[in-house]
Design a protein around this ligand. Structure first.
Ligand code: ADP
Length: 270
């Protein structure tokens, strides 16, 4: 199963992705986590991304696309994945389509978690408080100014993906304002339907293949029958019936009338 979770920062993508990972045994591919790891390890990508992320701006498309392209090649992503935070722009979505098409793969659904923007600040403030309570390091972009920018970037650059996935029939939206369990339940129902639809589509593809094969087999049989039929006809032609054999070549079979005439003529002669 290959899924995308779509929604603004703080909508619950991370929480739901983790639950889906446990449930379906497929990895959560969070570009935010990957980038944060790169920043921590001070890799060239991390050095490029660090400042942008801290300000709440998006990292350039080519950088993120390269990271995802490499990540989905890993063996654990072979049977599916949950993309959390990617794609975030239309060019990223197009790059993902190309990547998957090259591998003969496709997405099962893009799940949008719809939330009121007003709640996002409260949710991020709660996340910061929880992290502080646990003694975790607070994210550089979990502050009111950076959050404002992240929400702005979402509205401007990511929200158009709702139409993108709606146009290609993959969009499924659910209320992200509901409780965590309720959202998980809604996602389960969405995925149940998506799986049924893809099973039905694959059954249809299979039966279409079978009927093409059956049609070809019928056509083959008919051709063979025609061939043997013409051979048989040819054989009949080679071994003409006795009467036909007696007839001089080119002479048509006598009608009853001509036969009577011939008999009368012969009688007169005799
Ligand atoms: P959130 O969804 O809470 O904003 P993420 O952890 O998904 O947080 O992303 C954090 C930051 O990482 C983003 O604000 C952005 O700077 C960068 N980032 C993550 N994913 C992408 C992406 N697909 N394209 C560009 N930048 C990204």
């Amino acid at each position: 199963m290959r899924l995308i979770l779509l929604g603004p920062p703080g909508c619950g993508k991370g929480t739901q992705s983790q639950r889906l990972t446990e449930k379906y045994g497929i990895p959560q591919l969070s570009t935010g986590d990957m980038l944060r790891a790169a920043v921590k390890a001070q890799t060239p990508v991390g050095q490029k991304a660090g400042g942008l992320m801290a300000r709440g701006e998006l990292v350039p498309d080519d950088v993120v696309v390269a990271i995802v392209a490499e990540r989905i090649e890993q063996p654990d992503a072979k049977n599916g994945f949950i993309l959390d935070g990617f794609p975030r722009t239309v060019p990223q979505a197009e790059a993902l389509d190309r990547m998957l098409a090259d591998k003969g793969m496709k997405l099962d659904a893009a799940i949008e978690l719809k939330v009121d923007e007003g709640i996002l600040h409260q949710r991020i403030a709660k996340r910061v408080a929880d992290m502080q309570a646990r003694g975790d390091t607070i994210r550089a972009d979990d502050n009111p100014e950076a959050l404002e920018k992240r929400v702005h970037a979402y509205r401007l650059q990511t929200a158009p993906l709702v139409s993108y996935y709606s146009n290609n029939g993959l969009l499924r939206s659910t209320d992200g304002m509901a409780s965590i369990d309720e959202v998980s339940g809604a996602i389960d129902r969405i995925l149940g339907k998506a799986r049924q639809a893809s099973a039905a589509a694959s059954r249809q593809r299979k039966s279409a293949k079978v009927s093409v094969r059956a049609r070809k087999a019928r056509a083959g049989k008919a051709a063979k029958a025609r061939k043997t039929g013409s051979k048989a006809k040819a054989a009949t032609r080679k071994r003409p019936a006795k009467a036909a054999a007696r007839r001089a070549p080119g002479r048509r079979k006598a009608t009853a009338k001509t036969r009577r005439k011939r008999i009368n003529k012969a009688g007169r002669r005799g």
